[in-house]
Ligand binder design. Sequence first.
Ligand SMILES: CC(C)(COP(=O)(O)OP(=O)(O)OC[C@H]1O[C@@H](n2cnc3c(N)ncnc32)[C@H](O)[C@@H]1OP(=O)(O)O)[C@@H](O)C(=O)NCCC(=O)NCCS
Length: 273
Amino acid sequence: MAERQSKIAAVDPVWARISDEARSAVADEPLLGGLVHSSILHHPTMERALSYRISMKLSSGEMSEQILREIADEAYLANPDLGQAARADLVAVYERDPACLRLMQPILYFKGYQAVQAYRVGHWLWTEGRRDLAHFFQARISEIFGIDIHPAARMGRGIMIDHAHSIVIGETAVVGDNVSMLHSVTLGGTGKEDDDRHPKIENGVLIGAGAKVLGNIRIGHCSRIAAGSVVLHDVPPCKTVAGVPAKIVGEAGCDQPSITMDQLLRGGATPAG
Ligand SMILES: CC(C)(COP(=O)(O)OP(=O)(O)OC[C@H]1O[C@@H](n2cnc3c(N)ncnc32)[C@H](O)[C@@H]1OP(=O)(O)O)[C@@H](O)C(=O)NCCC(=O)NCCS
């Protein structure tokens, strides 16, 4: 057991740390033993654990946990970027959410994190041309987590969706790296444009709770959108916008939580399997 743990720590410090947290959680609360073992401790890699977690959450009478798990395992094996993005998202949540005290929490309990990882598998299916299956993922993610992300939408790494009730991200939306959004955010169309009709969110943007960003507009890097705003026009980089319709109300600092994240991730290569 100790030898296996030191091997894991050598190749994947993120997963090694999560496993340590899980053992300590079970020691503190034995009633969580079944959940923590089946979701974390049983798995040699983070990818395998995420496959299990996604399949448990999305399975129903329509699609078994076993089939969903095979699909997710296939996605993680075929595209190691999915596992890397999952680590970046995890550390982003840990760094930015004051309620997140351990890396294992998002995997076990945070639906925003779980939904983004399930979306990433659905997006992989979409890029492989398996569009009906991708739509099935979208439908189940929406039913289970209340988060509707079109599988064609593109999302970078280090994404945090906090609280995560009622999120809508449209088909042609693009979300950059290190973007944070709160609950009830819409990245939607105005209804007046066809084809490429959804927002483009650059790196490091914060989107406050209830904000509606509508149309094929560009939100410049490191900008902030205040809670409840309706944004209908491009926003320059590093500005804060607020109101309905949103107007520039000030400057915004450029916060890049990914810097500490990179240090953790640089600790070693990560296995894809
Ligand atoms: C925009 C925000 C980041 C604050 O940025 P800031 O640079 O500190 O801005 P300030 O608080 O100095 O406000 C600047 C102006 O914008 C206004 N403003 C701030 N937030 C606003 C909002 N959500 N809607 C409308 N106006 C807002 C302020 O009243 C102020 O106007 P004034 O200059 O006329 O007094 C913050 O208000 C916000 O909305 N954060 C999102 C938080 C969130 O979603 N929380 C949910 C947690 S569950």
